[in-house]
Design a protein around this ligand. Structure first.
Ligand code: HEM
Length: 234
């Protein structure tokens, strides 16, 4: 470590941080630095989401809804950054990605520790949310039937489904990036990405928040003079 580090460099550990990317002479092609930086930054953002969502679960367990809402709002903003930064990789020629892929070895995004946490966190948060509803003696169905009677809980449920929706949007955007780089038919290390990744896009992270909509719409449209035959926009 250099003896003359500034407080800024010491606090942010910039020496170590900036040594975590390949040196210019080791890069397989010019674009590899961007590829590495985008992935590393994504891991850091997902680490922050993990930290925040763990705090959200804790706040919900303690009945602190405003605190949980602040955490969810921060995560929502981070998810937008995660989505937005995928676009940087659109600036890469498929030929350069091919060169990087050879340098990657058998590395796959499926092994991302941050993304694995993003998949697991909803499972960890849900019981705290259920406990909160039990403490307040209200069901999810009641909240969605009368959102104005329970605005705090309704806004909380909506913030949670926003997280779910943003993860799905990330998956969709990532798939278009994959198509743009390697095409829709090219097999990847784990089979055809189109099939593999499209399967993931069907996943619902908070299934009850989607199911309550099915339940209520089935009921609201039942016996309605223009019922189901009018379609969604009727
Ligand atoms: C050139 C850009 C990219 C290409 C061509 C690409 C390609 C792929 C492919 C083919 C898969 C399917 C699994 C496999 O065969 O390994 C995959 C999965 C994945 N990639 Fe990427 N990727 C790119 C950028 C990124 C970035 C920037 C991230 C950010 C962390 C990322 C994270 C992931 C994750 C988390 C999965 C698993 C997705 C899921 O389970 O739904 N990828 N990627």
């Amino acid at each position: 470590m250099s003896a003359t580090l500034t407080d800024y460099e010491k606090y942010l550990r910039t020496e170590e941080l900036l040594a975590l990317q390949k040196a210019a002479e080791q890069l397989s092609c010019h674009d590899e630095l961007q590829f590495q930086v985008v992935h590393q930054v994504a891991e850091l953002w997902m680490k922050l989401c993990d930290h925040e969502l763990t705090g959200v679960a804790r706040a919900l367990t303690g009945g602190e809804v405003p605190r949980a809402m602040r955490g969810l709002e921060r995560v929502r903003r981070v998810q937008h950054l995660l989505l937005e930064q995928l676009g940087l990789l659109d600036t890469m020629a498929p030929k350069d990605y091919m060169t990087i892929r050879n340098a990657l070895g058998r590395g796959s995004g499926q092994e991302s520790p941050g993304f694995k946490r993003m998949l697991q966190l909803p499972v960890e948060i849900w019981p705290s949310f259920e406990k909160l509803l039990a403490d307040r003696k209200v069901t999810l169905r009641q909240i969605y039937e009368h959102p104005d009677a329970q605005p705090e809980l309704f806004n909380l449920a909506e913030a949670m489904i926003e997280f779910d929706q943003n993860l799905q949007m990330w998956r969709q955007r990532h798939l278009t990036l994959v198509y743009r780089q390697i095409g829709a038919g090219t097999p990847s290390l784990k089979g055809k990405p189109s099939e593999l990744l499209a399967e993931g896009m069907k996943h619902r992270f908070f299934p009850p928040l989607w199911a309550v909509r099915d339940e209520l719409f089935a009921e609201w449209t039942q016996g309605h003079p223009y019922g189901a035959e009018k379609g969604y926009h009727g």
